[in-house]
Design a binder for this molecule. Structure first.
Ligand code: FUB
Length: 320
C-alpha cells in the first residue's frame, strides 16, 4: 500500500468529507531531537498542515501547507497532538490539544472560513478542557467532542473533571478502566456546553472493561462513526498497540466491546479515523515503516474497511 504523504511525516489522521472532498487533519511529526520517554515528550509537534483528496484510492493528495503554528497560539507551551475539525454554518472549527505554559494539556479552538484553513486560534484554551485526542461528531445539529488519553495524555490526573491533588491515580487492575470523555459543544462551538461525561465501555456481560484488561481497555485515540443505525466508538489500547471498537445505541454510550479493527503496526502508537466516501468505508491510520521504526516519525496510510453482514468489522492486518 502506498503512503499518502511520502515526503513528510504525518500521524493521527482525522478525516472528514467537506464540499465533496476528503480533508485530512493530521499531526505533523518531525525530528526535534527530544529523547523518547513514557510522557511522549518526543512527540514535539509544532504545526499542522491540511491535506485533501478527491479519490481515496489513486493516492493523489493536495498539501494545503501550514494552517496553524504553535508560535501563533498565545497560551502555548509545547506539543500539538491529534486534532479534529468540524463544520458549522460556513465556518470550520479545529480542536487541538496542546500543553500550556505549565505543561498541562488543554484544548484550543481555531477557526477558519474554509476547510483548508488557515485556522486562527482563540486567545485562551477551552474552559474546563484537559487531556488529548479530540474527535468531533455531529448529529442533528448537535456537536459532541470525544477526548482523552492516559499516560502522556494526562487523563489519569482527572476524576469527575477535577484535577487530582496528588497528580495521578490509576485504578487497580480489577477496577473499571479510566474512561474516555464526551461533551456536547456550545452553540458558538468554542466551549463545552456541559460537563464532560465518562464514555463507558462494557464487555459482552455488561461489566465495564477493567484497567488490567490491557488488550481491550481504552488508552487514547477516540473516534466515532455511525453505521446502519449503530454508533461505533473506536480507540487505541496504547501499550498493547491495538485499534479496537465498541458499539452502542447513543452517542453518549455505553458501548459494548466488539473486537479489533487493526492489529499492531510498526511503531509504538496506533491511531486512526473511519470515514465513508463515495459508497465505501476507509480506515486512515499511520505506521513507522518509512522511518524504519522511529516511533515519533509516522506516515499516513488509507485502506478500505469492510463490515460483515452482522455489522462487525473485518480485522485488518497492521503488519507490525
Ligand atoms: O501524536 C501524539 C500522540 O500519539 C497522539 O495524541 C496519540 O493518539 C498518539 O498517536
Amino acid at each position: 500500500m502506498k503512503y499518502l504523504i511520502p515526503n513528510d511525516y504525518m500521524a493521527d489522521p482525522s478525516v472528514h468529507v467537506f464540499n465533496g472532498k476528503l480533508y485530512i487533519y493530521p499531526s505533523h511529526d518531525w525530528e526535534s531531537g527530544i529523547e523518547e520517554n513514557d510522557n511522549g515528550d518526543h512527540f514535539n509537534m509544532k504545526d499542522y498542515h491540511v491535506f485533501s483528496m478527491e479519490d481515496a484510492e489513486n493516492g493523489e493528495v493536495t498539501d494545503h501547507g501550514v494552517v496553524l503554528d504553535v508560535k501563533d497560539i498565545p497560551w502555548a507551551g509545547r506539543q500539538l497532538w491529534d486534532c479534529d475539525v468540524a463544520h458549522k454554518n460556513g465556518k470550520y472549527y479545529m480542536y487541538f490539544p496542546l500543553k500550556d505554559k505549565n505543561d498541562i494539556f488543554r484544548f484550543g479552538v481555531a477557526v477558519a472560513d474554509r476547510p483548508e484553513g488557515p485556522f486562527i486560534p482563540q486567545p485562551d484554551p477551552m474552559r474546563g478542557s484537559y487531556s488529548i485526542d479530540s474527535c468531533i461528531y455531529e448529529e442533528n445539529g448537535n456537536y459532541y467532542m470525544y477526548f482523552g488519553g492516559i499516560w502522556g495524555g494526562q487523563l489519569q490526573r482527572y476524576k469527575d473533571n477535577i484535577a487530582l491533588e496528588n497528580g495521578a491515580t490509576y485504578p487497580a487492575d480489577n477496577e473499571p478502566a479510566i474512561p474516555p470523555r464526551v461533551a456536547k459543544l456550545s452553540d458558538d462551538m468554542l466551549q463545552f456546553a456541559e460537563a464532560p461525561r465518562p464514555v463507558i465501555i462494557l464487555d459482552k456481560e455488561g461489566k465495564p472493561l477493567t484497567q488490567g484488561d490491557t488488550q481491550r481497555r481504552f488508552f487514547e485515540a477516540s473516534w466515532i462513526h455511525k453505521y446502519n443505525g449503530k454508533y461505533y466508538f473506536s480507540y487505541s489500547t496504547g501499550d498493547t498497540h491495538l485499534l479496537c471498537y465498541a458499539t452502542g445505541d447513543n452517542p453518549y454510550g455505553p458501548f459494548t466491546y466488539q473486537g479489533v479493527i487493526l492489529t499492531p503496526v510498526v511503531g509504538w502508537t496506533t491511531h486512526h479515523s473511519i470515514t465513508e466516501y463515495k459508497g465505501k468505508w476507509y480506515l486512515f491510520h499511520h505506521d513507522c515503516v518509512p522511518s524504519k521504526g522511529k516511533t515519533w516519525l509516522r506516515s499516513l496510510k488509507v485502506t478500505e474497511l469492510k463490515y460483515n453482514p452482522d455489522g462487525t468489522i473485518q480485522t485488518i492486518n497492521g503488519g507490525g
